[in-house]
Design a protein. Structure first.
Ligand SMILES: Nc1ncnc2c1ncn2[C@@H]1O[C@H](COP(=O)(O)OP(=O)(O)OP(=O)(O)O)[C@@H](O)[C@H]1O
Ligand SMILES: [Mg+2]
Ligand SMILES: [Zn+2]
Length: 398
């Protein structure tokens, strides 16, 4: 269930594009009230994303609001929307082609607007629509939000021939962790997944032993399982399998695809990530940047053991690498073969919190020490090995 939040984007502050491509307040002109209706679309750990439902103005100055979703920050940390925008403009957009990035514009939000978003969140919680893991989190009283290219499907798919299929996934680590042992049989992403699945099974067993209720993990949404290195395989059969896995777990569009449509979208996905496809170019660029920005790994460049050797630029580079290893790829695949596939990276907030460094270091250590990279995990009984990782295929004889 979705609840409308009818809000005023700017009552005393007229949005307008300035030379920095920012929408800023302008109290000089006649005061208009733009009534925009927003509907909550999705949320992550730190941000909530709203889809524009309606905009009651044809005025050109409000055009930037069209075809955009609105992303606002939750009160979870000190990072502000302006810092995110500065980092995007000063760093991310310098290293990736604009066509591969969601466009981003700052928009000024009034206090009233934020209050009504928070009221809406409260109502979504009462109705049970909001995911329980996010209940209680509120929009930050930050005067700025971000307008991002709307990568949702327009809802017309399967209703008269047109439309596009929208999917989303995280490409994750597109090359092995620099700290993985030689002759690893799992890449960083597959090693972490194997470790998490093992731990999940352990806690399920425990909770089953204690009660007859199904474990919480069982209630979680299924996720596509594939090795990120396989995304770069340039192999049609491998990519078709990845597409099927992604399509099977894409639920937010709630489209009931017919078989011929599924085959068509699979073929377009495969074309996009093979040969001369833009998708393969995008992934190779992402892989290059991940490697280039972090050649040594967190265990070498982490906050210890030799912090005196770490320069600010080292830290920035490493943060950028980690950001690019956790960003999302949002895709729109049109049903019309004449229209190009659109793929843009999102969730590119620079991972700058100090706590993250320690978390990354511990994670990398436990993967190494636990034998998750080499498929020699000590208590690996029952993991059944990892059979999706490209490295396992290539280096099974080691
Ligand atoms: N430009 C967009 N178009 C369509 N949907 C979007 C867009 N940006 C974000 N979303 C949706 O909103 C969700 C949450 O956005 P985002 O990943 O930016 O939040 P986050 O709080 O940074 O998440 P995380 O906890 O993973 O860091 C995404 O998973 C996606 O489904
Ligand atoms: Mg994020
Ligand atoms: Zn792998």
């Amino acid at each position: 269930m979705a609840v409308d939040a009818v809000v005023s984007i700017a009552s005393d502050l007229l949005p307008k594009l300035d030379s920095n491509d920012c929408i800023t307040g302008d109290t000089g002109d006649t005061v208009d009230t733009v009534l925009a209706s927003y509907r909550m679309l999705a949320e992550g750990g730190a941000n909530i994303v709203y889809k524009l439902d309606s905009l009651n103005s044809e005025d050109e100055k409000y055009a930037p609001l069209r075809n955009c979703v609105l992303r606002v920050r939750k009160s979870v940390d000190d990072t502000t929307t302006k810092q995110i925008a500065n980092c995007f403009n000063g760093l991310i957009s310098k290293v990736l082609e604009p066509k591969f990035l969601v466009e981003l514009k700052l928009v000024h939000l009034t206090e009233d607007f934020i209050d009504s978003l928070n009221l809406d969140l409260h109502q979504l919680e009462l109705s049970g629509w909001r995911s329980t893991k996010h209940v209680g989190a509120r929009v930050k009283p930050d005067a700025w939000g971000l307008l991002l290219t709307d990568m949702t499907s327009d809802g017309t798919l399967g209703k008269g021939g047109g439309g596009a299929y929208a999917i989303e996934f995280k490409p994750k680590w597109l090359s092995q962790s620099p700290n993985a042992p030689p002759f690893s049989r799992r890449c960083r992403t597959c090693a972490l997944r194997a470790q998490r699945e093992f731990e999940k099974r352990g806690s399920e067993k425990q909770s089953k032993g204690q009660s007859n209720e199904p474990g919480a993990a069982e209630a979680g949404a299924a996720k596509a399982t594939f090795c990120p290195l396989a995304l770069l395989s340039d192999d049609r059969a491998t990519l078709a399998m990845i597409a099927r896995s992604l399509f099977a777990t894409t639920d937010y569009a709630a489209v009931d695809l017919q078989d011929q449509h599924l085959n068509f979208f699979t073929a377009r996905f495969v074309d996009f990530f093979t040969g001369q496809g833009d998708g393969l170019r995008l992934l190779r660029r992402l892989q290059f940047l991940q490697q280039r920005m972090d050649p040594y790994g967190i265990l070498a460049t982490g906050i210890g053991p030799h912090p005196e050797h770490i320069t600010l630029i080292d830290m920035k580079r490493f943060q950028l690498a980690m950001t690019l290893r956790d960003c999302s790829l949002l895709m729109k695949i049109p049903l019309s073969a004449a229209e190009p596939v659109e793929a843009r990276l999102a969730d590119l907030d620079l991972k700058s919190s100090k706590a993250k460094w320690e978390e990354w270091r511990l994670k990398e250590r436990s993967l190494r020490i636990g034998g998750w990279y080499t498929c020699r995990e000590e208590d690996g009984e029952g993991t059944g090995g990892e059979d999706v990782c490209v490295l396992n295929e290539v280096e099974w004889w080691v």
